[in-house]
Design a protein around this ligand. Sequence first.
Ligand code: B12
Length: 439
Amino acid sequence: MKILLVFPRILHGATTYRDKGSWTSIVFGYPIITLPHMAAITPKKYDVKLVNENYEDIDFDENIDLVGITCYTMTAPRVYEIADEFRRRGKKVVLGGYHPTAMPKEALQHADSIILGMAEASWQKLLEDAEKGKLKKIYEKDTNYDMADIPPIRRDLIKHNPILGAIQTTRGCTNECEFCAISSFCEHGVKHRPIKNVIEELKQMENRIFIFHDPHLTTNRKYATELFKEMIKNKINKKWVANGTTNVLLKTDEDFLDLARKAGCVEWFVGFESVSQAALNGIKKTHNKVEEFEKIIKRVHKYDMTIQGGIIFGFDEDTPDIFDTTLKKINELDIDAVEINILTPYPGTPLFERLDKAGRIFTKDWSKYNQVEIVYEPKNMTVKELYEGTRKVAKECYSWPNIIKRNLKIFKTVGIIGGLLPAGANVNFRRYYKQDFNF
Ligand code: B12
């Protein structure tokens, strides 16, 4: 059986179709591991081909038997077009990922079958059923798989990311932040791959710079500490970036950050989300304490690593002064790069449930669920105020003088090679905020 796995085009953010065909898509292109991962868990007897529409066109007349398409909320409309096109040609289509899991009935209007949740335990069964012509409509969430059985991703099938690599070591998150899709999608709690498997995969990875695609690497500090030690012992010798939470980066023992740096860490991505404690409490991200942000950043800088902070605007507690307050705080805090987003209620999250119940969601055009457009009525400001305020912060943070100031500091903190990723992120953010917010 011949299988085609498709990653659809994305029109916003870091993995953009807008760059297709240009050298910038190679230099800045974000490594997507979903398809090479799906290919790795596909039994060897099947032929697998990957197509990433952000880089290449889909051949709808390709000689294949089954198409698997990965689907985020914002890609859902495009995924459905692709699925419909293949089904018109008589191909069987399977959808998986966050959006079909949250909206199975909708997804099934465009697919022969869907897998809910992680695919490890169901994909093989689905393929066997497909071979027998007995595809089930829904393969329910099945968390009964062992992280030790997860093979290295099929790096041989990655054609477009010569610079940046990626790997996943853990699944799930124990926090229950209202806006986040992870806790409702993944199994509860956290699963880890055995460290020796991760080390083996890192040894195979050719990229000198890579990203941990874990929800965050601070869920189990004992695991992460062990991993860092093994990376040092095995001379992995690569630079990397990972997500981390404020509480762990602040409170963990000194060894943790020291080992992370020695293992190659150049940047932590931290979801600060807001400089309003009321907003943080409102979304149940109470482990973030605004008064501790400065200490956290200083601590990470002390260990010669940088911090990229995530900021979201549009929480119920946000009033129109939040934009100026945030800009001031960003400057005081000395953050090395800032990711700026508009709150987006993803289906499947408690936030979506709450806003939908209150009748505050005014569009279900999923293509607008991209953290740049506004899809719900904010509580304490107008839609226009939210958009214009966010645009102002993005424009100010990503003016050339501010980028140069931050990047010089980054290179001073982590050196030239180590600084390429965080400094490149600053340039890349400017490129896409300029397009997304039209400045
Ligand atoms: C790394 C990451 C990124 C990276 C790379 C994204 C990418 N395109 O790969 C970057 C930083 C670019 C990114 C950006 C964004 N991301 Co992101 N990201 C992640 C993260 C942390 C890991 C994704 C990953 O690689 N997982 C590893 C692979 C192996 O797992 P997987 O993709 O989930 O696939 C499994 C299942 O989903 C399922 N499956 C998936 N596809 C298919 C297909 C078939 C056919 C089948 C059967 C099964 C199946 O089986 C797979 C194996 O178990 C996830 C959270 C998480 N931990 O999952 C968020 C996450 C996917 N991101 C999210 C969002 C919202 C975004 C942004 C919109 C945020 C923004 N700031 O604008 C952008 C835009 C997306 C983009 N431009 O790509 C949301 C998606 C929510 C939703 N409902 O759509 C998530 C869940 C985070 C969250 N907290 O809510 N992201």
